[in-house]
Each structure stands twice: as C-alpha cells, then as structure tokens.
Design a protein around this ligand. Structure first.
Ligand SMILES: [Fe+2]
Ligand SMILES: [Fe+2]
Length: 246
C-alpha cells in the first residue's frame, strides 16, 4: 500500500521529518508496504470496522463462513478473480468519467492496490500448489448492477455506490474469515487487507456523494437492501460474495 507515499514530503505527520526513521527503516517500510511476498507485510494493529458494519445491512452468516473454510481453494481462486475485477471496473470508470480529477486520482491508486492484491493472491495460490481454475461469476455484482439507472449522472452515482458496497462487503468477509481461519499466514493476510479495502469503501462512497447533485442517502438505502438480500438469501453457488449456502 502506498497511502503514506501519496502525502507531500513536508506533511507534518511524516515520520521522516520528525527524525523518527533512519534510511534503513524507510527502505524496509516501503518493502513491507508494497511487497508481493505476503510474509513481508505488516498487518495493521487495529482497523475500525464499525463504519463498515453500520453501512452494511446484514452480517455474513455462520453458514457462509463454515462453507468458505471448508472450500478454501475455491474461495482463494474467487478472491483472485475479485481483485482483478475490482481493478478492471475501476479502470473502466477512469476511461468513462475523465472530467473528475478526484475520481481519476482515487481510482488510479485503487487500481494499483487491487493489482498488488492480485499478485499477492496469485503468490498464495502458487505457495499452496493451487492451479488456476475457471470460476463463473456469482450472482452478487450482477444482482446490484441490474438496478443501475441508465442515464447520466445517475448511472455513475449508482456504480460508485455499488463499488462502495462491494468493497465494504469484501472487508467484512475478510474480517470474518480472519477470525476463524486455522491458517495463521492467511488470517494475517486477510487482516492486512482490511485497511485498504475499508479505505476503498470510503473513497467510492465519498466520490458518489461529491459527484452527485442530489443527496445520495436514498440510493444508498436502496442498494443496502438489495445487497443484504443477496448476502442473506440462499445461494446455490459458493463464491467470495455469495449468499447463504443453499
Ligand atoms: Fe483488493
Ligand atoms: Fe478494494
């Protein structure tokens, strides 16, 4: 993650200016932040997930967590797909909505981070001897996108709100898996992802509000219900964002 690197060099909270870090610390710090090797990552001590839990209308069920733990290779494969799709969706938005400087900057950073996550998950698959398998997309994203309004700027606002829900749900699922998974390396990696995914959620939501002329609360409430239903209702397919196992 390069969040800190985006700050101006004279930022008052920059540890370099405060003389708190020496050169070797700085090199080590940047390796830890950007490493594809997940053993080099520093997991944030605590990420406040309460905004995520307040935003989402339903929590992941124990049945989904149990199914995911019992089908980890499939979940890891689908996670890899999700990271790639997250980057691809953001890239489409960057091409479509070139007028917004804020959107360009926020999503350019998000794409870098999602592609780093993609490389990291590929590394996890490789370490575990998992071969790439084709997995069809689940119903989740489609189930929200079918409600997207078809005229601008409403279509853009809806896609950004949907993006916020996907990021928030990813974060919630990583947290619920990290709590119970019997694999310390994977649990640590999922905890590491919480920081960037919760920021992605906030960025999408802030973009949706700042680029909309109207208050977005009503659309957020609408998608909150749609998303909760997709997560809580029975789902025949197990995926990273699937509903309760049928
Ligand atoms: Fe990601
Ligand atoms: Fe993300």
């Amino acid at each position: 993650m390069n969040e800190e690197n985006m700050k101006p060099i004279n930022s008052s909270d920059n540890a370099l200016n405060d003389g708190l870090m020496n050169d070797s610390d700085i090199v080590k710090d940047s390796i830890e932040k950007d490493s594809v090797d997940i053993t080099q990552l520093r997991t944030p001590i605590k990420v406040d997930l309460s905004p995520i839990y307040n935003f989402l209308g339903a929590r992941t069920t124990q049945a989904w967590v149990d199914a995911a733990i019992n089908n980890l290779p499939l979940i890891i494969q689908d996670h890899a797909n999700c990271e790639k799709k997250a980057a691809g969706t953001a890239m489409n938005l960057i091409f479509r909505y070139e007028f917004s400087y804020d959107l360009q900057c926020k999503l350019a950073q998000l794409i870098r981070e999602e592609m780093l996550h993609y490389e990291q998950v590929l590394g996890i698959m490789n370490d575990r001897g998992l071969e790439w398998k084709y997995l069809s997309a689940g119903r989740y994203a489609k189930g929200m996108l079918k409600h997207k309004r078809t005229y601008e700027p409403a279509a853009m606002v809806d896609v950004l709100i949907i993006g916020a829900f996907i990021e928030a749900r990813s974060c919630e699922r990583f947290a619920s898996l990290a709590e119970v998974i019997n694999d310390e390396r994977l649990a640590k990696y999922y905890r590491y992802l919480l920081k960037s995914e919760s920021r992605h959620f906030e960025d999408y939501l802030a973009l949706a509000q700042s680029l909309s002329e109207d208050n977005i609360d009503e659309r957020v409430s609408f998608f909150k219900e749609v998303e909760s239903e997709l997560i809580s209702s029975p789902d025949a397919e197990l995926r990273f964002h699937s509903g309760t196992p049928a």
